[in-house]
Write a protein that binds this ligand. Sequence first.
Ligand code: NAD
Length: 249
Amino acid sequence: MSDFAGLVAIVTGGASGIGLATAKLLSSRGAKVAAFDVKPDGLPDGIVGIEVDVTDDAQVRSAVDAVVERFGRLDVVVNNAGISAVGDVAGNDDDEWLRVLDVNVVGMVRVARHALPHLRRSPAAAIVNTCSIVAWAGLQQRVLYSASKGAVYAMTLAMAADHVREGIRVNCVAPGTADTPWVDRQMDQAPDPEAARAALTSFQPSGRLVTADEVAGAIAYLASPLSGASVGTVLAVDNGMHGLRLRPP
Ligand code: NAD
């Protein structure tokens, strides 16, 4: 694991799940970390929580500026805030479509847009976007959510092309099913949450869910010079979910 000493990172959605695990990992490796979140509560010492809704461009701009004013630089952006949507193509109305795309796609655009001038001054600039394997592996009842993550995947490649010559690497991680409050909320909505969780777990090729720390490790790798030649790539962290077909027992 690379050393982030002296570097400054922003992690969006940094108060829960994958974002929180990433903020903690980068902080433990020496980075100064700001967690942007609509609810920046309960953060451990050493992580600066800033209340930011990534759908609000003015809030994003002033939060990015506040980070640079406080720490003097910006090196790493982890675009991770996201919300879910359940349903087939008839399952979400236009307002829901626009809301989810606003958070999951345009939210990343806003943070990157305001971070770019600062990242251009960093010798170790990296953006890591949180995608999902649903960007390319069809999952039932997730049309809107998958569309948002497909956009994140394509946007990651285009951003990488735009900024590689400026020394800013852009990559993304694609978690499978990661054991975070996100999954807890979905299981809690099932008629029998315990049975739903057992079914979800046995569906995984490794027989277990991905941990938030495992996704954080992949994000930290893509944010560090250890992945210095990775540009415009997607790193799946999914227990083999997108690529394996196991025979029935
Ligand atoms: P989570 O719900 O535990 O955390 C998401 C965080 O984002 C929360 O703290 C929430 O307050 C914050 N957030 C939501 N909307 C926001 C907004 N408008 N502005 C700022 N912050 C906002 O979820 P998680 O599982 O840690 O998911 C993080 C990312 O990982 C998401 O982009 C999600 O799509 C992606 N992902 C998760 C899984 C999974 O199985 N958990 C799988 C693939 C991809």
